[in-house]
Design a protein around this ligand. Sequence first.
Ligand code: FE2
Length: 421
Amino acid sequence: MKKIVFLFLLQATICLGQKAQIVRGPYLQSVTPNSVLVHWRTDIPAPSRVFYQAKGKVLVAQDTAYVVDHVLALTKLKPATKYAYQIDSQSFDSNRYVVTAPAFGSKESVRIWALGDFGDGSASQKAVMKSIESYTQGNRPDAWIWLGDNAYSNGKDEEYQKYVFDVYQTAFLQNLPIYPSPGNHDYAGKHDPSLPPYFKIFNMPAAGQAGGVPSQSESYYSVNYGQVHLVALDTEMRESSGLMLRDGKGEQVEWLKKDLAANKLPWVVVYFHKPPYSKGSHDSDVELDMKSMRENMTSIFEQYKVDLVIAGHSHVYERSYPMRGHFGINETFDAATHVVAESTSPNHYNVGPKGQGVIYVVNGSGGKVGGQRPGFPMKSSVYTNNKIGGSVILDVDKRTFNLKWIQSDGVVGDEFVIEKR
Ligand SMILES: [Fe+2]
């Protein structure tokens, strides 16, 4: 009966000629050197059609099925190329475009924006967004990585609408590809990946199409972007075996080891939600999920010479020294033993053939801000800030890796450079 009523309404809508209105998006997923998935939502079921254009030539992708959640793949694109696109129209708009990823192995510089713990509807969330809009005018980010707790408080579809799509749509979502990772709020405090709307809203490049070893899981995946290998992990998902990332074993960890072993790019950034080291709004000395990340995962990051581990969850900014072998609580940190760096200044590291320590950044202040636990700032921190929100811009080419923490007031609060010979 329900089906008949639905079909009747659909027919009536078509007969009346009502045009479907876009109520979410468009937003860009799984961007590779040759393809992109364009997502959007309409108020009524409708066919999907995207016109896209490069160098004056207009192409079209379409699907005749009536849906409200649309996903269309644009394929056979050229690497590092800007395509204007439009939903069901050829009235192209200068802010609606996709730039495909650089060809695999490309040595051109890339700019990546990392944002954590943002979707709370706060004034700080909007200020952080504005600070990046203004800082990157003239040199826009190429890719956007999310550190989890993307939509408060329970990662519901309507929370994503209100606190993510309604906030970032115009300035970023229609032209900046997202490579997300989920947080505990996106999982509503649970651990079953079949539940969160997150996995319905986003499409991750799990088949290795963006580079890296195929993960065959939307929870974790990797992306080769210019000279940087980006690895997104899921600290919240419990595998059918009962294991989680923090246990340091299981399917996700086995995939991670294979992926990192196979990587040929000079720079590796691993990102996920719950940090191994923090004394902000969460405490890695005593909270089991973070303590276990420190005890069971940091040796893997060291073994595979990861350059940067960046996480959220703690609503502050914390940047560590390049470290190795610091597996204990904050008090056990000993600079003479644990700092591994060839440095020309506190903010300039050189990496020779022997490798380096891993730098850990916590930046869960893309919306939420503040908090400190006993021991803040950590002994292993070079710089911390729990007073103002912000987010991270990475500029990476073959030899140089530059990280800047852009505060919501536009000030560059922290910056360091790593150079590889
Ligand atoms: Fe969190």
